[in-house]
Design a protein around this ligand. Structure first.
Ligand SMILES: C[S@@+](CC[C@H](N)C(=O)[O-])C[C@H]1O[C@@H](n2cnc3c(N)ncnc32)[C@H](O)[C@@H]1O
Length: 350
């Protein structure tokens, strides 16, 4: 059986104009030298981070996973109906363990749909486990995963032939990790890479009772704290960092103005930490924070405005019974001149 996934090489990424993957060292140097200090949440997701996120999904307080399961179960038939009869790619951006996507995979297979499953994830460990599981559980399912980041994966897909309709999933509130301008830039790239008739299903965590939000990011078992601290653990593993994780605490709060859950790691004391690969040290004052993650919450009107600003047509809005979460189904319409060849589509040209 051919390999079910592959890691895009630097040469392949360069060929499609995508950025090289390994920027961790530069990001850490810039982020920890900044005032206030920051580290991008994208680095949380190495293999250990992906496993911790899967544990978060099992937590009672972490409602998004249950809400989206409920939506996909209720709407799987409707989604397939809108895809029609022609073969398509089921592209899963930031697939993780694909537990929710499997609701669609199972349904599509049972209905005899002809499709290829293309999970894309930055974590090779998550991809290895996901593709092995899909091959074992669904031997009839064609799976072709890509280990790369969102932007490179999107750029790579745009250069693939022959043309097949795509259903692109961006589930689990992944979009919430981006600021509004960043989310807009990502969706513009996706629109540019997409073909007319493609569908995207985007998960939006909706604004809600602030206590529900705070509980979801402050679980009593401390899984979210371990997940956040994996940033420091990863710097220790990959860059020869000397962070002592007990000397930092996880802190998550909601900013009512921006509508974001914000995560921090707060230094519990004055300390100096060396990072060997960077040949430098970083000084922390007592209670100095490192900003590590945004998770923006949306109003339905915010999500609609994002679709309109990035060229997508709103096809449907699917909600769970509590109204905590929305999966928005959008389609891609393009004037004929922008559909000539995949290569003719520039990025960020709108
Ligand atoms: C919040 S989890 C969501 C997983 C799954 N889609 C779900 O809804 O439960 C985010 C996933 O996206 C992956 N990821 C994070 N940043 C990424 C990036 N920049 N490019 C590609 N994948 C990324 C992580 O490895 C992780 O598996």
């Amino acid at each position: 059986m051919p390999g079910a996934y592959r890691v895009l090489t630097a040469a392949e990424l360069e060929a499609v104009g995508a950025e090289p993957l390994r920027e961790l060292a530069i990001d850490v140097l810039v982020g920890l030298s900044s005032r206030p200090k920051r580290l991008s949440s994208r680095w949380i997701y190495d293999d250990a981070g992906s496993r911790l996120f899967q544990q978060i999904c099992d937590l009672e307080v972490y409602y998004p996973t249950r809400c989206e399961f409920e939506i996909l179960e209720a709407q799987k038939d409707e989604i397939l109906r809108r895809l029609g009869e022609t073969p398509f790619n089921l592209v899963d951006l930031g697939a993780g363990d694909g537990r929710k996507t499997r609701v669609l995979v199972e349904h599509f297979l049972a209905a005899g749909a002809r499709f290829r499953y293309v999970p894309i994830d930055i974590s090779e460990g998550a991809m290895r486990e996901l593709t092995a599981l899909v091959q074992k559980e669904y031997p009839g399912c064609e799976v072709a995963g890509l280990v790369t980041d969102y932007f490179s994966g999107i750029a790579y897909l745009a250069h693939q032939a022959p043309a097949r309709r795509n259903l692109v999933l961006f589930l689990g509130s992944n979009i919430g990790n981006f600021t509004r301008p960043e989310a807009r830039a990502l969706l513009l790239r996706l629109w540019n890479a997409a073909r007319p008739g493609d569908l995207v299903l985007v998960g939006f965590d909706l604004k809600k009772d602030i206590d529900v939000l705070l509980d979801a990011y402050n679980d009593p078992q401390g899984v979210t704290a371990r997940f956040n601290k994996n940033l420091l653990a990863r710097i220790n593993r990959e860059l020869g960092g000397h962070f002592e994780l007990d000397r930092f605490r996880h802190y998550a709060t909601y900013d009512v103005f921006s509508g974001a859950m914000e995560s921090y790691l707060v230094s519990l004391e004055a300390q100096r930490v060396a990072v060997d690969a960077l040949r430098t040290t970083f000084d922390f004052a007592p209670f100095e924070p490192i900003h590590t993650e945004y998770s923006y919450k949306y109003l339905v009107s915010d999500a609609d405005a994002l679709a309109q600003a990035t060229g997508f047509r709103i096809e449907a809005r699917f909600f769970d019974a509590k109204g905590y979460f929305m999966d928005a189904l959008w389609s891609v319409e393009k004037p004929p001149e922008s559909t000539e060849t995949p290569a003719s589509r520039g990025e960020g040209s709108r």
